[in-house]
Design a protein around this ligand. Structure first.
Ligand code: SF4
Ligand code: SF4
Length: 380
């Protein structure tokens, strides 16, 4: 075992290989306050990449209802159970990761889902927490007693992938140019060690081809400077992709990824305690019980919620959030243009990609339409 730095845990940890951060890392962001579980992302991915034989129950992108929806069944509850207690002391994780909580004969702590676990994606859909209500109950803010939210998930293209660490054939690799994690299917023999080791259950076994497969981050699009299918097809405009700076001493305030992760710290990794340093980042839903969210996204939840609630006054943050879903091109830098009240994004050559107004105009229509004589009030 080597010792590597995991900044999400604010400490060093054990990993089977030496640290090898890529030159650039593609990251995906999800604003969970906006997801409507339309599953357009799921179908955009499925029709592009996994419509073949043996892939019937395979969803590289899935959207599950929390707290009771899962794909595969109970995946996160099982991994959290395996790890046991997961205490944090401030920003430092004091528990064990999946690479540290291992027995003598394994490299990564994990479990192999049953085939049936994949056949009812999102069982428990739309079941809210604390659904028992008493007479006279009503929804009060800012945190709701009864809550639910939607969690879209793809492979995290982790910095320390569990799948890669466990593969006995060394068939899994992480690309230096963009950090995308891929399986070389000509080397894979279908031992399913990656399926067992991935704590997010985003490596899949295809029982027709008898090899494993996983999300490829739509790499032909990323190579062309465009965002992945699940991002560009998102109806709720909850997603954006950008390259983050991998050298933490060179963080750029005007890069969307660095800004959201390191400057405002509003976008958080999913289950950082697993230890893989995942590269998808989530803006937590502001109406949900913070204790549940802290288990899911780590100790930065309360700050992230505070930042989000203040976004209307924080124009720079608003500009970064407004860019979600407004362009297919990957932006390198962005700014808030105070003169025009617009969010502007630029590519690596400094060329402007898109301008989006930060304040939408509001039109209030007259109650009586004089032309038709109709009253336009909503009286339902
Ligand atoms: S397309 Fe967007 S809004 Fe719809 S389920 Fe997927 S992430 Fe959520
Ligand atoms: S999410 Fe799972 S499949 Fe994806 S890189 Fe991380 S460990 Fe591997």
């Amino acid at each position: 075992m080597a010792t590597v730095k995991n900044w999400q845990l604010d400490r060093e940890m054990e990993y089977p290989y030496e640290g090898n951060r890529p030159k650039r890392q593609i990251t995906m962001f999800f604003d969970l306050n906006k997801c409507i579980a339309c599953q357009t992302c799921t179908m955009a991915c499925k029709t592009t990449w996994t419509s073949g034989k043996g892939q019937e129950a395979v969803f590289w992108n899935n959207v599950e209802s929390k707290p009771y929806g899962f794909y595969p069944l109970a995946w996160d509850v099982k991994v959290l159970d395996l790890l046991g207690s997961q205490p944090w002391s401030g920003s430092v994780y004091k528990g064990k990761t999946i690479f540290e909580d291992v027995s003598f004969d394994e490299k990564v702590r994990g479990y192999l889902p049953d085939e049936m676990d994949y056949t009812s994606p999102n069982l428990g859909e739309d079941e809210a927490s604390q659904i028992q209500t008493t007479e006279g109950d009503y929804i009060k803010g800012p945190v709701h007693k009864s809550w639910g939210f939607y969690l879209p998930r793809i492979c995290n293209h982790c910095t320390y992938p569990g799948c890669l660490a466990a593969c006995p054939r060394k068939a899994i690799y992480k690309r230096q140019d963009d950090g995308i994690v891929l399986i070389d299917q000509s080397k894979c023999r279908g031992y399913r060690e990656c399926v067992k080791a991935c704590p997010y259950k985003k490596a899949f076994y295809n029982n027709t081809t008898r090899v494993s497969e996983k999300c490829i981050s739509c790499y032909p699009k990323i190579e062309a400077g465009e965002m992945s299918q699940c991002v560009t097809n998102c109806i709720g405009r909850i997603r954006i992709q950008a390259f983050k700076t991998t050298d933490l001493t060179k963080i750029r305030k005007n890069n969307v990824a660095d800004f959201l992760i390191h400057v405002r710290k509003i976008a958080l990794p999913l289950y950082p305690q697993f230890g893989t340093e995942p590269n998808n980042y989530y803006i937590p839903p502001i109406h949900v019980d913070p204790a549940y969210l802290t288990q899911m996204f780590g100790p930065g939840v309360e700050n992230a919620i505070k930042q989000y609630r203040n976004a209307g006054k924080d124009k720079e943050l608003l500009a970064a959030l407004i860019l979600f879903g407004n362009t297919e091109k990957i932006s390198d830098t962005f700014k808030y243009d105070a003169k025009t009240d617009e969010a502007v994004s630029y590519d690596e050559k400094g060329k402007e990609i898109v301008r989006v107004p930060c304040t939408e105009p509001i039109y209030i229509r007259k109650v009586l339409n004089a032309k038709s004589g109709a009253f336009l009030t909503n009286n339902t």
